[in-house]
Design a protein around this ligand. Sequence first.
Ligand code: DON
Length: 314
Amino acid sequence: MLTTNEWDLLSQRLPAWLEDSRREAAHGSPASYIPELAHAPADALGITIAAADGRELAFGDSGLPFTLQSISKVFTLLLALMDQGEEGVFRKVGMEPTGDDFNSMLKLELVEPGIPFNPLINAGAIAISSLIRGRTPAEKSERILAFFRELTGDLNLGYNEQVRASEAATAHRNRSLAYFLKDNRVLEEEVEEVLDVYFRHCSIEGTCRHIARLALVLALNGKDPDTGRELVPRRYVQIAKSFMISCGMYNASGEFAIKVGLPAKSGVAGGILALVPGRYGIGVVGPALNDKGNSVAGVHLLQTMSAACDWSIF
Ligand code: DON
């Protein structure tokens, strides 16, 4: 249940907490391996909290548009589960964290049968892109975008074309991962076609409000926050949230579970999606990243909030 005191506490304290966390941004910097992302304002920090009862709070740079990047992987996983079922998905990706960087190739070669360890690392998300139903890459991408539009309730949601092109032109590491997967027969389609689907969903652009709304759908186990209609089967949301706990913040997921204790997913544009089960969806943006690829100020802010409100699920 939503306690009025907690909402008041958040309304009153968040502006100061946000400015405290903003200072942490100096310890990181925006991603530059996708050149277009390097232009993001390094000290930006914004947050939107969407409550199950329709209330909303927004502070700081919550209106800053940014690309979803890896946050999108949670939702392509859900769509792939809806398209292929659990069996179809888990033939191609595993269920375990790697402890390695999000774009690492190491375990693909080391561990038989050479399928990605989980759907949230780059190799796993590329495999998931190939599982989205559609006769052509364009049709798969249209279905993914339509799914995001349905979940956010924003029919104008679209791509940042500069970021997409910038990633497509420089994705040497992802290309090598994809060719490796093709060689291991994880990918059956053409590598460039699968990558096109992957780059596109990574470049879907939104604000903290969109992320908070997506998170709220997960917090409500797949139900539309306005109508209560089932948008995603509960079982698939359960799978996605389990991955968010074990792999959502990459090889900092263990630390995040201890310090924040909420299902979450980060992206290299600085976004973090987090949720308080049954109660809140949270969208954060802070483009300066730490060496694990997570928003420095964003993680700091979530840690402050979770401690103050005793949100850890553990
Ligand atoms: O494939 C990539 O490298 C990016 N499109 C997404 C990576 C990402 O967001 C990792 N997150 N922290």
